[in-house]
Design a protein around this ligand. Structure first.
Ligand SMILES: Cc1ncc(COP(=O)(O)O)c(C=O)c1O
Length: 421
């Protein structure tokens, strides 16, 4: 394909993206855009960013060959990009470090953030503790309940966690509240958005900070594939879960020019794509404006945002980053759904077969790889972005798994061969 140079100067990815904000925020957005334009290619800024990723986050994160799973499924080789091994347990910290470094250079002493699964909140609280910045995290009251270990972690790190009781009490409501706070405190507050959404320059900036994931994979995969006897340089397929879409953009973006690699984003299909209880904005949504950008959103005929559902708090969002809407339009990426039940099967499988407790978000990506692998040849490969670890989810999984914690839930079309029962 011809060189991919999205977004344009006004932050548009084709018809998506842009900046739809109230007048009170225009100055703050202009200021942020100017700061990012200044530091984006600044050698000193980039060197500090790389240093932080290496020495505080623990990058590069390894790529791991899920040998038992691959053997049991009998198809493509499955590899995992281990973002769960980052400090704080997910990919979120890559982006938080970049934005917090900008906040410091812009002289903003107060940080606000929204969080769903709590991973972005924990990453933000962590960096604020280290940099000595005040930290306020907005979190839907339902997410406070289902991700309570992360709420406690944020408090330990010195952050104020504000439960949001409006709407469905999940991620979109937390984002609304954070935006309100920003409008009221814009002079001294920096808003660290946790995904590739929001007004320009956030979708581009968060993607750039997260692209370290895909850049490392490009460098790691040739040796990894060669160690398994493959002559291929890069994987046939890259799979990532999509909430707002930051871990997916982070691994997809460096692969966009590699036409031989299919890019597959996995949305939360909840109780089924046709059940009305899901968070599949790209597959069941339509174009509209939400949280400062034009993208695909779940809305009714009057443009009201509809209720979403997912077992996983980090995927439970009625919108998606605008660049994903564009990649879907130009068919460079495909988007599929995984149900709650399928994600749970994959969660248990990864625990029992590979010794990895994954986040429920990441379990969606792994579940799709498990579905796809048997239809591919053993010499082919799938690289899954394992975006986070699952410690925060064990309460949810225990509740959903009923009395016998170790029983596998019903598989609904997903075949898991082998493995000890
Ligand atoms: C581990 C993990 N993966 C994925 C996500 C989804 O976010 P995104 O689509 O921006 O990567 C979250 C969000 O909280 C998360 O905690």
């Amino acid at each position: 394909m011809s060189a991919y140079t999205q977004p344009d100067a006004s932050g548009h990815f084709g018809p998506y993206g842009g900046s739809f904000v109230s007048e009170t925020l225009t100055h703050a957005i202009d200021e942020l855009r100017a700061a990012y334009a200044r530091y984006q290619n600044d050698p000193e800024f980039q060197a500090e960013f790389r240093y932080e990723l290496a020495h505080y986050v623990g990058r590069p994160s390894p790529v791991y060959h899920a040998a038992r799973t691959s053997r049991e499924l009998g198809g493509a080789q499955i590899y995992l990009k281990r973002e769960d091994l980052n400090h704080t347990g997910a990919h979120k910290i890559n982006n938080v470090i970049g934005q917090a470094m900008l906040a410091r250079r812009m002289g903003k002493p107060r940080i606000i953030a929204e969080t769903g699964a709590g991973q972005h909140g924990v990453a933000t609280a962590t960096i604020c503790a280290r940099y000595g910045l005040e930290c306020v995290v907005y979190m839907g009251a339902e997410d406070v309940r289902r991700q309570s270990p992360n709420v406690y972690r944020m408090k330990l790190l010195g952050a104020t966690v504000v439960p949001v009781d409006s709407g469905s009490r999940t991620l979109k409501d937390a984002l609304n509240e954070a935006m309100r706070d920003w409008v009221a405190n814009v002079d001294h507050t920096f808003y660290i958005i946790g995904t590739v959404a929001g007004p320009h320059p956030y979708p581009m900036m968060v993607r750039d900070f997260q692209s370290v994931i895909g850049q490392e994979c490009l460098a790691q995969m040739p040796a990894m594939l060669a160690s398994q006897g493959s002559a291929a340089e890069q994987p046939d397929v890259v799979v990532a879960c999509v909430g707002g879409g930051s871990n997916a953009m982070g691994i997809f973006h460096p692969y966009i020019p590699h036409a031989g690699t299919r890019l597959i984003g996995v949305e939360a299909a909840g109780e089924g794509l046709d059940s009305g209880k899901h968070s599949a904005s790209l597959q069941r949504g339509s174009s509209g404006v939400l949280h400062g950008n034009r993208t695909f959103i779940l809305q009714d005929e009057n443009g009201q945002i509809t209720e979403t559902h997912s077992i996983s708090a980090g995927l439970d969002y009625p919108g998606v980053g605008p660049e994903h809407a564009w990649l879907q339009d130009i068919r460079r990426a495909e988007y599929v759904g995984i149900t709650d039940a399928e994600a749970l099967v994959a969660f248990h499988h990864l625990c029992r077969t590979e010794g990895i407790i994954p986040a429920l978000e990441s379990s969606h990506a792994f579940a799709y790889a498990m579905k796809l692998a048997p239809s591919m040849k053993p010499e082919q490969s799938i690289l899954v972005n394992l975006s986070g670890r699952g410690d925060k989810d064990i309460g949810t999984v225990a509740d959903l798994s009923g009395v016998d914690f170790y029983d596998r839930p019903s598989m609904r079309g997903l075949t898991v061969k082998g493995g000890k029962e």
